[in-house]
Design a protein around this ligand. Structure first.
Ligand code: HAM
Length: 418
């Protein structure tokens, strides 16, 4: 058998890796503007962490985990993380922050693993850029997170629409759950195998079913069961989003596939990535810190599907271009030494510079510079060296000019080479 990559895993090469890097960079820049600090946590945790947070009855834990017994401690089952939220909550509690300094703002970036059926925009290893805020129970915090996602997508030139909903809290959730249970029992004969299981274990998960979307349209809506404080919280979120001109619709059946959500949930939907259209998703999880053994601290957050955003970038006005600004062609050993100096000066003014191999002929190297998409080729040979000049070829305008070596950087920076 050939050593090919595994199904659902990707090698990102050249522009594909660059697109993912652009998404990460943009997300970090925006998060820093919101005074959020980075947290780095392990890829491997106890399976139990996900069973108790993401949820035993969620598709993610039930069907998609990469889990295995630890080598020397076979009683411990480990799992590759399928999402970042549980690990961040665990780290927050482990560090004692839930009691010593509960208000915290974290972001993280890295790979997640889910053994899903691969398709466009759905992989078994993918990257998330996530944000988790602790100690803020107010609606303004939920709205601010969506405003932040909106800022991020605008910077990348992407169109998205937000779908939002409220799932209620510990007070009003049970009435919604009961309504779903009754609805489920009444329609049991029309439901798939999986839903028969979901009905008794966790009726909320009935709304995750992709088999009969029409039937799900007849299900009870969480918004009809909200208690007054939850209704008020949701009203404030809506008001703040409207004020901030964030485009949203209320989707009363958006329950999200993970068990920890309370009150606000949201997804940002892009039309540019096909069926896997949720490019960002998140919500509030006020009971989770306590459920994992910490203090009663509120939590809210989201995660960006980095590869999905990268796919959407292909259709946006954003340019994913890894071409160098300058390709340097040095003919001979002495010229190579000087060319290195020139490259350093150009890189110091933030230009992207590639030194071409000194082992090929001028014609082949000019073709190479062209293929790379470089804007300029700088040619230095013995003759140029003696006279203290460089041949500067503008590959876009197809013009060439001789410029004094010590003036090249300034002239290229000013775009005044013609
Ligand atoms: P999630 O909806 O499971 O939420 O994932 C968030 C985003 O990750 C999705 O909207 C999607 O863009 C991306 N994603 C999920 N699965 C895949 C996949 N198989 N391939 C490619 N991209 C994928 C969470 O993970 C929560 N932890 C979000 C959160 C943070 N809620 C509160 N805080």
């Amino acid at each position: 058998m050939g050593l090919t990559r595994l199904r659902g895993f990707q090698d990102l090469i050249g522009p594909d890796a660059r697109a993912v890097g652009i998404v990460e960079h943009c997300a970090r820049t925006v998060a820093e503007r919101y005074s959020i600090s980075e947290i780095r946590i392990p890829l491997l945790e106890r399976l139990e962490l996900y069973q108790r947070s993401t949820g035993d009855t969620s598709d993610v834990v039930e069907k998609q985990m990469y889990a295995f017994a630890d080598r020397d401690e076979a009683q411990t089952t480990l799992a590759l993380r399928p999402e970042g939220t549980p690990g961040v909550v665990r780290a927050y509690i482990d560090a004692g922050l839930d009691r010593s300094d509960p208000e915290q703002r974290f972001y993280y970036y890295g790979p997640m693993f889910r053994r899903e059926r691969p398709q466009k925009g759905r992989f078994r290893q993918f990257n998330q850029f996530g944000v988790e805020i602790f100690g803020r129970a107010d609606a303004a915090c939920d709205a601010e997170l969506m405003i932040m996602v909106d800022e991020f997508r605008r910077e990348l030139g992407l169109d998205v629409e937000f779908e939002i909903n409220s799932l209620g809290d510990a007070n009003c959730r049970s009435a919604f759950r009961q309504a779903l249970l009754e609805w489920g029992r009444a329609h049991l004969d029309q439901m798939c195998e999986d839903c028969h299981q979901r009905l008794e274990r966790n009726p909320l998960r009935l709304l995750d079913c992709k088999n009969d979307v029409k039937l799900a349209q007849t299900a009870p809506r969480s918004s009809d069961y909200l208690c007054d404080p939850c209704r008020k919280h949701f009203g404030t979120v809506e008001e703040l989003l409207t004020k901030a001109s964030v485009p949203y619709v209320v989707n009363p059946r958006l329950v999200r596939g993970l068990d920890y959500y309370t009150r606000t949930t949201f997804e940002a939907i892009s039309k540019a990535v096909g069926a896997q259209s949720a490019v960002v998703a998140g919500g509030r999880y006020d009971g989770l810190v306590e459920a994992l053994g910490g203090a009663a601290v509120a939590g809210t957050g989201f995660a960006i599907g980095v590869e999905r955003i990268a796919l959407a970038l292909e259709t946006s006005r954003f340019k994913i271009d890894g071409a160098p600004d300058v390709a340097i062609i040095a003919m001979g050993d002495r010229a190579t030494v000087c060319a290195m100096d020139l490259a350093k000066a150009l890189r110091a003014i933030a230009l992207r510079v590639e030194m071409l191999s000194p082992e090929r002929g001028l014609k082949a190297l000019l073709r190479r510079a062209d293929k790379l998409g470089a804007r300029y080729a700088l040619i230095m040979g013995e003759n140029e060296l003696t006279r203290g000049v460089v041949q500067v070829r503008d590959l876009k305008a197809s013009t060439q000019r001789e410029i004094a070596s010590n003036a090249v950087a300034a002239e290229i920076a000013a775009g005044s080479t013609n």
